[in-house]
Design a protein around this ligand. Structure first.
Ligand SMILES: *Cc1c(COP(=O)(O)O)cnc(C)c1O
Length: 340
């Protein structure tokens, strides 16, 4: 089976497992796990941030960031398709007691003008705008990315209006692969950044939240109360070190393959449209007489797993566990015949 449901389905390679087994570990709740400490320092330095905290998931790093940046009765501003709004169980309301102002962005991307229009006036009866969240790449937007020149006006607005700016960078390395901008360039634009190691980089578990020393000190308390304090977490951190050493440069392969799959899909008569393919995500829309689940069933019979992304929409995600042979199989299937 070629599993293109998500880039989270990857399993640690033999070499990654070896690196995990060789890890030197301690007790990270007590702050004595050397591999976690070195990972946190490495990623913070990479993005020119003061500090980092290692967490079990990107949902947790985002939720902690929202909690640290806001107070109850505040409001965060984000795109309507963003992960923090759609896919974190409304945790912004549950954990932080805040409201949300939603923007209809373009493939998940929002602008300074759109954000400015959502800033609430200072009135007793209105929530207080205190946080902007950007997502890069935009998952539900189909893997589109922001360039630094897209972000700079947003950063300026946030500074002028005293809004915190958080980046959900679950797939930030995919974005940087395309823009050719550096971690040092993008890091300083945000007050906090969440990065996932378990997406395109192929680690089994792990996300990092980056920010100032003061912010991360507060974040550690929220990690603990959310149940995210882990003990011999160095085994997981070792997988993340391995992922950073070996799996960043190869992201371009995933992007190239996604573009080639989209070209093959474009030739199929029953496909109505394909969102622009920017990185490793392909979202496409079938003609109204074919449901996503029917198409997915047919693909499954041909050895390909994909995710429904709406009644007539399907998502493919490319990743490091798709072999050359599997990739060729997908192209062969897409260039073959379908019963529609
Ligand atoms: C995957 C993802 C997350 C975090 O997901 P977890 O499964 O909790 O690690 C956050 N934001 C985006 C955009 C994602 O794609």
């Amino acid at each position: 089976m070629v599993n293109m449901m998500s880039d989270t389905v990857t399993k640690p390679s033999a070499a990654m497992l070896e690196a995990m087994m060789a890890a030197e570990v301690g007790d990270d709740v007590l702050g004595t796990d050397p591999t976690v400490i070195s990972l946190e320092q490495r990623v913070a330095q990479m993005f020119a941030k003061e500090a980092a905290v290692f967490c079990p998931s990107g949902t947790m790093t985002n939720q902690i960031a929202i909690k640290c940046h806001t107070e109850a009765l505040d409001e965060m501003i984000c795109d309507i398709d963003s992960h923090v709004y759609r896919y974190e169980t409304a945790g912004f309301a549950y954990n932080s007691g805040i409201s949300v102002a939603l923007i209809h962005g373009k493939y998940g991307k929002i602008t300074a003008q759109q954000i400015e229009a959502k800033i609430q006036a200072d009135q007793d009866w209105l929530p207080h705008s205190s946080l902007v969240v950007l997502e890069n790449t935009c998952n539900k937007g189909g893997g589109g990315y922001y360039t630094i020149s897209d972000i700079e006006p947003i950063k300026k607005l946030c500074q002028a209006q005293d809004l915190a700016l958080h980046l959900d960078g679950a797939r930030l390395f995919n974005a940087l692969e395309e823009t050719k901008e550096t971690t040092q360039d993008i890091g300083p634009l945000f007050d906090s950044i969440s990065i996932c190691m378990s997406k395109g980089l192929g680690a089994p578990v792990g996300s990092l939240l980056l920010g100032t020393h003061k912010f991360i000190k507060k974040a550690r308390r929220f990690r603990k109360v959310l149940g995210g304090g882990m003990r011999q977490a160095g085994y997981l951190a070792a997988a993340c070190h391995y992922a950073l050493d070996h799996n960043i440069q190869r992201l371009s392969v995933d992007h190239q393959r996604a573009k080639m799959m989209a070209e093959a899909l474009a030739k199929l008569s029953f496909i109505n449209s394909i969102n622009p393919v920017y990185t490793n995500i392909i979202i496409f829309h079938l003609n109204k007489d074919i449901t996503a689940s029917r198409f997915i069933d047919v693909l499954k019979e041909k050895g390909i797993l994909a995710s429904p992304f709406g009644p007539h929409a399907v998502r493919f995600v490319t990743h490091l566990d798709i072999t050359e042979e599997q990739f060729n199989h997908v192209l062969k299937v897409l260039n073959g015949s379908f019963p529609f």
